[in-house]
Design a protein around this ligand. Structure first.
Ligand SMILES: C[S@@+](CC[C@H](N)C(=O)[O-])C[C@H]1O[C@@H](n2cnc3c(N)ncnc32)[C@H](O)[C@@H]1O
Length: 404
């Protein structure tokens, strides 16, 4: 790989914004990519992938480069040099990289690779928490898997065609895909590609959705004609899948506390040809009260730490705090308690998170079942999906039934 000066400068600018100005990596990368219209797919790929790699390995690289936050431009160049040396990239003859101590970098890497918090590049508190909640053997493997780059997976929109149709259509535009065992509608792209610009995407034939995330709506098992409340619908990743499984029949009430997310959901639903969705903003508690006892299925895709999706959002390692985690667990507890009231007698409550922590998952369910409202429910089953076992995101889902 040959390094190009303007691309590396863009990466350094981006990192300064992410690390020092607390900006979100995805937003920063999006805006970097708009900087120069002449950049082709390879250039854009370099900027996005290198920025994410540097975010993922921030602690390790900073330790090797012997630099501390806030990072000066010189510090960021030193961290970049660590990236280049460890990746075996030939260093160009630039003043910023002139004094790169390649041998020392490799030696320090060997040494730090013996200590998990450096090797896996995670804050002390998170490393301790992971080990406490999952046990050492599982955490060792899980954090290593969560540090790998995410695969690009799409979900076939079965409202518009079959998976075989989609596979064929991708092939026609020279995009090769594989099926994924256990995820019926999923296709894995053999190579990364900007599929958002394709006609297939514009015509709603697929959505980008991780294989684990695709298991949630299937697990909820909605039937055509059901009344389903998707209580934390966001921009509708699971809502659209529910609509497809319900063959556009029945009703999905898609709730969220943020109107802008529901606006995006509406746009996506139009593209997907999903017609049985009613987005409703949770403006106040009356919205929930009105739905008490009405739903065949209530899906709570709860706000969470996002620790199961570090592969695609490595930034969370640095943005997450113990205080945030405590608050989000309280929110989860309140949401399960309040929103379970929307389930009708005999109906189902499905709770899901993209976290791998038992304290956000099965322990929340146990707490709910032990509560006064929870006494009306029985536990049916749950699935704990770990990244090191599947290669995809970490997820949790539980199904409870309300007594008749
Ligand atoms: C994990 S995300 C949902 C992702 C979405 N279901 C999807 O598949 O794309 C959690 C969502 O819960 C929403 N949320 C947070 N607090 C909430 C509350 N009290 N009631 C309803 N939704 C809430 C957030 O705005 C966010 O969109």
């Amino acid at each position: 790989m040959r390094l190009h000066r303007n691309l590396v400068f863009a990466v350094i600018d981006g990192l300064s914004d992410i690390f020092n100005n607390d900006k979100y990596a995805d937003k920063v990368v999006q805006s970097l990519l708009k900087r120069d219209k002449r950049w082709g797919a390879r250039d854009r790929g370099f900027i996005a992938e290198t920025t994410y790699e540097m975010v993922r390995w921030r602690r390790l690289y900073a330790e090797i480069a012997d630099v501390k936050q806030p990072f000066s431009r010189e510090d960021l160049w030193r961290m970049f040099a660590v990236w280049a040396v460890l990746r075996g990239v030939k260093l160009p003859d630039w003043p910023q990289l002139a004094k790169t101590p390649s041998r020392r970098i490799k030696g320090k890497f060997e040494e730090l690779s013996k200590i998990r918090k450096f090797k896996e590049s995670i804050p002390d508190w998170l490393d301790a928490l992971g080990e406490k909640e999952l046990g050492r053997a599982v955490w060792d493997k899980e954090i290593a898997a969560l540090n790998e780059q995410a695969d690009l997976v799409v979900r076939t929109n079965t409202l518009k065609g079959t998976k075989q149709d989609l596979k064929k259509a991708f092939k026609e535009i020279e995009i090769e895909t594989d099926s994924i065992s256990g995820s019926k509608e999923a296709l894995l792209l053999k190579e990364r590609s900007n599929i958002f610009t394709t006609e297939l995407f514009k015509n709603g034939l697929f959505e980008v959705q991780d294989a684990s995330s695709q298991l949630v709506a299937t697990f909820a098992d909605p039937k055509p004609g059901n009344k389903v409340v998707d209580a934390c619908a966001g921009a509708g990743g699971k809502t659209l899948h529910l609509a497809a499984l319900m063959e556009n029949q029945g009703q999905i009430i898609a709730l969220d506390i943020y109107q802008n997310k529901l606006k995006e959901l509406k746009r996506r639903a139009r593209r997907a040809g999903a017609h049985n969705i009613t987005p409703k903003w949770i403006e106040n508690n009356k919205v929930i009260k009105k739905l008490h006892g009405k739903a065949d299925i209530v899906l709570i895709d709860a706000p969470c730490s996002g620790l199961g999706v570090l592969k695609r959002n490595p930034d969370a390692k640095w943005k997450l705090t113990p205080e945030f985690l405590d608050n989000i667990k309280e929110t989860q507890e309140k949401i399960i308690s309040d929103y379970s009231k929307m389930v009708k007698p005999g109906g189902s409550l499905v709770y899901a998170t993209c976290s791998i922590l038992p304290s956000e998952n099965q322990l929340q369910i146990n707490k709910f079942l032990d509560s006064e409202i929870g006494k009306d429910f029985i536990f049916v089953s749950d699935r704990k999906i770990l990244a090191h076992e599947t290669g995809f995101d970490g997820f949790y889902m539980a199904m409870l039934k309300k007594n008749n």
